[in-house]
Design a protein around this ligand. Structure first.
Ligand code: NAG
Ligand code: NAG
Ligand code: NAG
Ligand code: NAG
Ligand code: NAG
Length: 456
């Protein structure tokens, strides 16, 4: 029953914290493993049909009419779906009420996410109300139900934590299942490893997974991600490091995404004295951590297979220019379809980023490109298919991917691709070519985005 309810919850959210509304499709997909059937069926009121999706359609089918018909069909089913959702919401309310009777200690932040869910749920219902007739008694009732649940969630903060932990873990796992479900239905299947597109087109809404494994909101510095070139036996390895200062001194490794969500690491690596890092723009690539060592300042790697450290000085790299949100970010590591990169700033370019290709065997720099991205005004940068993308702060809620530099052609472009933020600041942002996602560590939270490419 719990799973049904959570699934419902997931289906209903309009996806601020995970799936973009425009990504939803109707249909069924059975996920393998866990024996959970993931029925992904969602209605899209045509009034909210988003422009970027329309663009897709135009580009790829030239048959908007057909699409509109499909959307209309979905609307027809809408009424009966709402009915069953309402019933399930009632169940959830009951369950939450049961939890109220089991007092205990508990962590505030988990509730924060639940509240976000509810708010977005509310927004979706409100959207539906607008697109249909607001006189529907069912919608009114749904509204009330959400309101009631928000109250209960608020009260629950003083109660038991263990139940919530179970719910939270199931919740996050389902979130990923639904994502997979939805990816199955994407018009364009992700073409992992392929670079025959003309660059980044858009970025999904953020998927906010959870607070860091230390459950500590003051751990604002750190990073998380997935090995971008996993070795045999560690195909889904995820990693995390978090700290309350810019100093980098440990990493946790998880055998897969679910283990990360459960905060159940299989190992932990502390960096011994003299090997600590800083800046937090590290990644794991080929079971090797690439990071910026602090004293002395240099690029370092820790081979997790052999437990061997290696170092290289980039003599030109300056310690004068950091990214906008965080100090000491001098070396920014990145991995993409073309290999391993580090972005740094020499004194001579007066703050503009230089892209350097790292030869993995020798751990030396094999080539370099000067860009026009001014680092102190950039939030961060990352590589995709040999192209560097730089971001800059928009407002509190938005970061903008504003600049790209193609190392193959030397071409630079200015653009405006919004990146919706969960919190204003972030320290680690990188792309992973194995799943075409951006990974961000933002205000102590794990956040990820899916990217879409232009195929012109
Ligand atoms: C979804 O499942 C239902 C019931 O199992 C079935 O009638 C329907 O055809 C399925 N839809 C798709 C798109 O597979
Ligand atoms: C919505 O309400 C308006 C009047 O308030 C009515 O003209 C219209 O037919 C209604 N539409 C639907 C779909 O019920
Ligand atoms: C919401 O709570 C109020 C007061 O507890 C109750 O009277 C009402 O029936 C609830 N609404 C729903 C839809 O459960
Ligand atoms: C890109 O490459 C893949 C595989 O090589 C191919 O299937 C696909 O059609 C190509 N797409 C374009 C737009 O060229
Ligand atoms: C890490 O060490 C293993 C075992 O010695 C070696 O096979 C592998 O090439 C090393 N990886 C890197 C990136 O140096």
């Amino acid at each position: 029953m719990l799973l049904t309810v959570l699934l419902l919850f997931s289906v209903l959210r309009p996806a601020q914290a995970w799936l973009p509304l425009e990504d939803w499709e109707s249909g069924n997909v059975t996920t393998s493993g866990g024996g959970l059937e993931c029925v992904c069926s969602v209605f899209l009121p045509d009034t909210s049909f988003p422009a970027d999706r329309v663009q897709h359609m135009q580009q790829f089918t030239n048959d908007l009419r057909l699409e509109v018909d499909i959307q209309m069909n979905k609307l027809v089913h809408y009424q009966s779906k709402l009915e069953s959702l309402l019933g399930e919401l009632k169940e959830l309310t009951l369950r939450v009420a049961m939890m109220e009777n089991e007092p205990g200690s508990f962590i505030k932040l988990d509730f924060e996410l639940l509240r976000i869910e509810l708010r977005e749920f509310e927004a979706l219902v409100s959207q539906l109300k607008d697109s249909l007739n607001s006189s529907s008694p069912m919608l009114e009732s749904l509204y009330e139900e959400i309101h009631n649940m928000t109250l209960i969630v608020n009260q629950l903060e003083t109660y038991d934590r263990s139940n919530l932990e179970v719910i939270r873990i199931e919740f996050v796992k389902l979130q990923r299942k639904l994502e997979e479900c939805q990816a199955e239905q994407e018009i364009i299947k992700p073409d992992i490893g392929n670079c025959n597109h003309t660059g980044l087109m858009s970025v999904s809404k953020p998927v906010v997974i959870q607070i860091n494994a230390h459950l500590n909101p003051s751990f604002r510095y750190g990073g998380w991600g997935k090995d971008s070139k996993p070795v045999r036996g560690f195909e889904s390895m995820h990693w995390y490091g978090g700290y309350s200062t810019p100093s980098v001194y440990e990493f946790y490794l998880y055998s897969n995404y679910d283990k990360l969500v459960q905060r159940s690491s299989f190992t932990h690596h502390g960096l011994p004295q003299g090997y600590e890092g800083t800046g937090n723009n590290y990644i794991i690539h080929g079971n090797t951590v690439y990071y910026q060592a602090d004293k002395p300042f240099r690029m370092s790697k820790l081979n997790l297979t052999s437990a061997v450290f290696s170092h290289r000085q980039i003599t030109k790299a300056s310690e004068s220019f950091s990214y906008f949100y965080s100090p000491k970010q001098y070396l920014d590591f990145s991995a993409d379809e073309k290999g391993l990169w580090v972005m740094y700033t020499p004194e001579e370019t007066k703050g503009k980023l230089v892209i350097a290709k790292i030869d993995e065997k020798s751990f030396g720099i094999e080539d370099e490109w000067k860009t026009n991205a001014f680092k102190p005004q950039a939030g961060n940068a990352f590589m995709v298919c040999g192209v560097m993308y730089a971001t800059r702060p928009g407002d509190v809620k938005t970061e903008e991917i504003y600049y790209s530099y193609n190392t193959e052609t030397g071409e630079e472009k200015y653009m405006s691709i919004p990146l919706q933020k969960f919190q204003e600041e972030f320290v680690n942002l990188h792309y992973n070519p194995t799943d075409q996602r951006l990974y961000m560590y933002s205000g102590g939270y794990y956040v990820s985005y899916r990217v879409r490419f232009n195929y012109k």
